[in-house]
Write a protein that binds this ligand. Structure first.
Ligand code: HEM
Length: 229
């Protein structure tokens, strides 16, 4: 396997992919606290609400970041058609590929400390691919439930299809509160994802055979020779 390790850095994450990643970080860092405040507002403030407009501003910031999330995802999905093969990795998970499934098991063993060295990967390793795929699923859930609520107070024509989300929830026996609860549950799952993601990235950066953090900043993957760990 050692001979497979390229000694030159490989350009893995193209600029649009990296921009999307960091716009996502920014949007989520804003959406979580503002969403939390919307769901559990702080104590009343002294003064006229018209002038304070405290919840109004909170919602304005939440919705603005929500639009960044939506536009970012659409842009990222469109880019998979013209980007390199790594740009598609988190959208197409090759369960049908036996070698991929074996790599996945090897990755799980590595993260469980059962193996002493990881297999090198240029793009995402199979476990990361699964994790990122799940993260995209969560973002879609947040967009659907978020815009499903937002559109009830908006006349903007292009957003009207999001009214189907509440229709679907009613169809499944739920109601507006179900939509809100799903939105909040999605946030909790997203927080859990972020914690695991950060742990795995830092662990891989220290113990793995490839660079991770610098790769999502400058796009280049450097392989380290020798055994990991
Ligand atoms: C990472 C993504 C997001 C997170 C973590 C998040 C979080 C939250 C939370 C925790 C709430 C309060 C729910 C409750 O009542 O308990 C909320 C409300 C809301 N969010 Fe989000 N949200 C996200 C994305 C979005 C998006 C993309 C939109 C679309 C514009 C959106 C629109 C809304 C709306 C309309 C409400 C209800 C506001 C109200 O009741 O006044 N959210 N969000």
């Amino acid at each position: 396997m050692e001979s497979l390790i390229p000694q030159k850095p490989i350009y893995v994450f193209q600029l649009p992919v990296r921009l999307w990643h960091w716009s996502l970080v920014l949007a989520i860092v804003i959406l979580i606290p503002t969403g939390y405040i919307i769901g559990k507002p702080w104590h009343s403030l002294d003064g006229d609400t018209t002038f304070l407009f405290y919840m109004g501003y909170t919602r304005l910031v939440h919705y603005s970041a929500g639009f960044v999330l939506l536009i970012g995802l659409l842009w990222r999905m469109a880019y998979t058609f013209i980007g390199n093969r790594h740009s598609r990795e988190i959208f197409i998970i090759p369960f049908w590929n036996k070698a991929w499934r074996q790599d996945l098991i090897a990755d799980i063993r590595w993260y469980l400390f059962l193996d002493s060295s990881p297999r090198p990967h240029l793009g995402h390793n199979p476990l990361a691919q699964l994790g990122m795929g799940a993260c995209v699923g969560l973002i879609v859930l947040m967009i659907l439930t978020g815009f499903g609520m937002y559109v009830l107070g908006s006349e903007t024509a292009i957003l009207q299809p999001f009214r189907l989300v509440l229709d679907l929830v009613y169809e499944l026996g739920g109601n507006m509160q179900t939509l809100r609860s799903l939105h909040r549950l999605g946030m909790l799952l997203l927080i859990a994802f972020i914690l695991v993601h950060l742990y795995m990235v830092v662990r891989e950066e220290i113990m793995g055979r490839t660079t991770i953090v610098s790769t999502i900043i400058n796009g280049f993957r450097y392989m380290r020779s020798g055994k990991g760990g």
